[in-house]
Design a protein around this ligand. Structure first.
Ligand SMILES: Nc1ncnc2c1ncn2[C@@H]1O[C@H](COP(=O)(O)OP(=O)(O)O)[C@@H](O)[C@H]1O
Ligand SMILES: [Mg+2]
Length: 229
């Protein structure tokens, strides 16, 4: 589903920064993978490259068999819209839009008919147990509720890949556990491939695979049979 070969990313500035120094990685369809490592080890950079938000300096990334480096910017944007759901630490909801409008936004961008948009948005908000908050603004919601809206939005087109960058980093541990359970549901029920960056041991331990980055390299890749749920 996701395959990286010799992926490097350097940022040119006053000083050249190597964020990824040569990453090889293969993640199969339906896996739920935790990406761990100290701050600055390249986790967010890796997620952004896989999600097509940025391009590597060297190396190849294949998503669902498609070579991302072979795509022009428009095609890359299209692949990102159709195949990737992003979840961020600070939710990134649009503050002036209600819950249902936030979830509906990606569908509007795809020119879905409005009755179908409403139907899907209601279904997704039901999935994250927020049917009673449809017309609330983000500022009227708790952190956990905001993250549930963000997950519903990320799932709007049922993307095959869900990328989450420290999704529980801004939540208390009980709420974080609830968000994690929701992501595991998505992984199991929708069969989505999930890659989650986390500092939370509990989150990492509940994934079937744990990849550790350090200084832009994969230093450990553990798979486990008995996942704590
Ligand atoms: N846009 C950027 N410009 C310059 N340096 C960057 C940029 N993004 C990330 N970096 C650097 O790349 C390295 C890896 O960053 P990042 O992927 O954000 O790490 P992590 O998410 O593991 O904390 C860090 O040294 C960071 O400062
Ligand atoms: Mg980061």
């Amino acid at each position: 589903m996701i395959e990286l070969t010799g992926v490097q990313k350097h940022f040119e500035g006053k000083k050249r920064v190597t964020a990824l120094a040569g990453v090889n990685l293969k993640i199969e369809k339906g896996e739920m993978v935790a990406l761990v490592g100290p701050s600055g080890s390249g986790k967010s950079t890796l997620l952004n490259l896989i999600g097509g938000l940025d391009r590597p300096t060297a190396g190849d990334i294949r998503l669902d068999g498609q070579l991302l480096s072979g795509l022009n910017d428009d095609d890359l944007t299209r692949v990102r819209r159709d195949k990737i759901g992003f979840i961020f630490q600070f939710f990134n909801l649009l503050p002036t839009l209600s819950c249902i409008e936030n979830v509906a936004l990606p569908l509007h961008l795809r020119n879905w008919p409005s009755t179908k948009i409403r139907e899907r948005a209601l279904e997704l908000l039901g999935l994250v147990n927020l049917n009673h908050r449809l017309d609330h603004l983000p500022e009227e919601l708790s952190g956990g509720e905001r993250q549930r809206v963000a997950i519903a939005r990320a799932l709007s087109v049922y993307p095959p890949v869900l990328l989450a960058d420290e999704p529980t980093g801004n939540l208390d541990s009980a709420t974080g556990a609830e968000i994690l359970k929701l992501m595991r549901d998505v992984n199991e029920r929708l069969g989505a491939t999930v890659l989650v960056v986390t500092h939370d041991r509990g989150v990492a331990d509940s994934c079937s695979r744990q990849i550790s980055l350090r200084d832009g390299l994969v230093i450990e890749d553990l798979r486990r049979e008995n996942v704590r749920k």
